[in-house]
Design a protein around this ligand. Structure first.
Ligand SMILES: [Zn+2]
Length: 176
């Protein structure tokens, strides 16, 4: 951080849900990076959310079943697939859903000023996919305490940089 201007964190209204349109996972077929896409209201009768895996490496197309508790497991899973962007950090699993999510966490970690989070009405969709008691309605309210401690900052930034490299390598491979 240079100069006297502290970095201000502005993205406090994001929910984890807002990053789940497209999540990077490990293909269960070939072990390369693949994408899990979310589609809402797939059934006319109800508010059903469906997830499907698409792998550009081996062509796998799979329907994923809705799974509620995946982000608290070790290794971190999403809808039955291992998250692509994960690493160990301070003896724990540090994970991100995709590049946007990674950038978002980074902007939070480097910010010196963090506005207090507003308590707003929960988005019903968030309830559907994430347990409110373990994930919170706002993403930042659920970044684990160890991650936001000043003493963790350098470790977390290193983990973020590592996952950014992993992500960019993936991108180079898939764009060929
Ligand atoms: Zn594959």
């Amino acid at each position: 951080m240079k100069g006297n201007q502290p970095a201000r964190f502005e993205g406090q209204d994001h929910t984890l849900w807002s990053f789940t349109d497209h999540v990077l996972v490990e293909c269960s077929n070939c072990g390369q990076s693949a994408s899990v896409y979310r589609s809402d209201g797939a059934h006319p009768a109800g508010e059903v959310t469906e997830y499907r895996l698409e792998c550009t490496h081996c062509g796998a197309l799979k329907a994923a079943s809705y799974a509620q508790d995946m982000l608290t497991s070790d290794p971190a899973m999403w809808q039955g697939f291992r998250l692509w962007l994960q690493t160990r950090c301070k003896g724990r699993v540090f994970w991100a859903l995709n590049a946007q999510h990674l950038d978002y966490i980074r902007s939070y970690i480097v910010a010196d000023l963090r506005p207090r989070e507003k308590k707003t009405a929960p988005d019903p969709k968030v309830r559907q996919v994430l347990k409110p008691q373990s994930h919170g309605y706002h993403l930042t309210s659920r970044l684990p305490r160890w991650m936001v401690l000043k003493t963790s900052r350098q470790h977390v930034l290193r983990a973020i940089a590592l996952l950014r490299v992993r992500h960019d390598k993936t991108k180079l491979r898939t764009s060929k």
